[in-house]
Write a protein that binds this ligand. Sequence first.
Ligand SMILES: [Zn+2]
Ligand SMILES: [Zn+2]
Length: 426
Amino acid sequence: MKAILDHVGIAVKDLESALQFYRDGLGLEVEQPEDVPSQRVRAHFLPVGQPRLELLVATSPDSPVARFIEKRGPGLHHITLRVDDINAALRQLKARGAKLIDNEARPGAEGSLVAFIHPSSAQGVLVELKQSAVVNQSAIRNLQSAIQRYTVGDLELISVSDGTFRLDGGSMFGVIPKTMWSEKAPPDERNRILLAMRPLVVRGARTMIIDAGAGDKENEKFRDIYGLDRSRHLDHTLAEAGLAPEDIDIVLATHLHFDHAGGFTVRDAGGRLRPRFPRAQYVVRRGEWEDATHPNARTRASYLLDNYVPLAEAGVLQLVDDDHTIMPGVRVRRTGGHTPHHQMVVIESGGQTAAFVADLIPTTAHVPDVWVMGYDLFPLDTMAAKREFVKEAIEKKILVFFEHDPMIAAGYLTEANGKRGVIQQS
Ligand SMILES: [Zn+2]
Ligand SMILES: [Zn+2]
């Protein structure tokens, strides 16, 4: 069992005097308080590095915190350790004779699951175990497995999933300090954050899929490095959408990084690589193809030849030179930045517009201009392309798809008082 210190809880009798010390005296920031009805307390979190302090104020005289203060006065109340699988941790402790206050995990603050261990089993310290909402795997899988359908004029859009993977949080947010990004995307014990892979199916004159996730050709070491979880993947979600690989007419690539193009090819029983969508034409931008087939030391880890060279060999590759209509209502637009020829896809029909922006804005956390990935080869180009697109997206009410966001497939962008936001659309 691995555990990370999440926070230290302090029972508070008089909030004003507590704030005088912690907020005004020490200058700590106090987050918006949150009521925890099951414990009849109001929790005020104060970030102090990665872990936080939690000031606990009873909201009812029969609250456990009220009883604690009555008995011992205000003071150190509990420490909270974050674990990946709280039920497994409870079973393990129980098997070793620990006295549990909660035999089963129950809902805590911020959508987490929590359980308390009796101080008599922990050297007199009340220990709380916590499983963050974000690492609640079954909840995440449910969010992913729910394919999401949208209508744009005459076109049907279906957000599908090829599972999740993990990338270094620092690399995902470039110059943004960890204290800022870790609040939006909590890192695991290897400093990686959870990311989805959400290709988009567009059904109109023809059936198209934009990008295809990581696929399953890679070995155990690769799967471990990138934390690939494909227990529910593209085959499952396509089937849920009523589609088989044979139904896809066009596969469109935003760019050829492995988390977008890995699913373009499969290895057959004889070990040979072949196109994964047997009837499809694969459309790739020529500049991206050139870069991907001639990787350099900086780009080599993301460009894996097995994902796309077999397409040329099979004669199903179609290279496009510039911004172009791929099928009625669907055109590509170069953004550059992430890779020099990275392109987004604009979908327009019946006066409505949607955009599949791929790694221009990979998650909802990347909506502000400066939140640009360290992976981007030309970050200033990303910023310029993003600024222009966000303005257009707000003006035209464009439905924006976030290919890597673990929770939100699509939404509308907003801006108020210089602050950008996303209104989720499901
Ligand atoms: Zn990429
Ligand atoms: Zn990507």
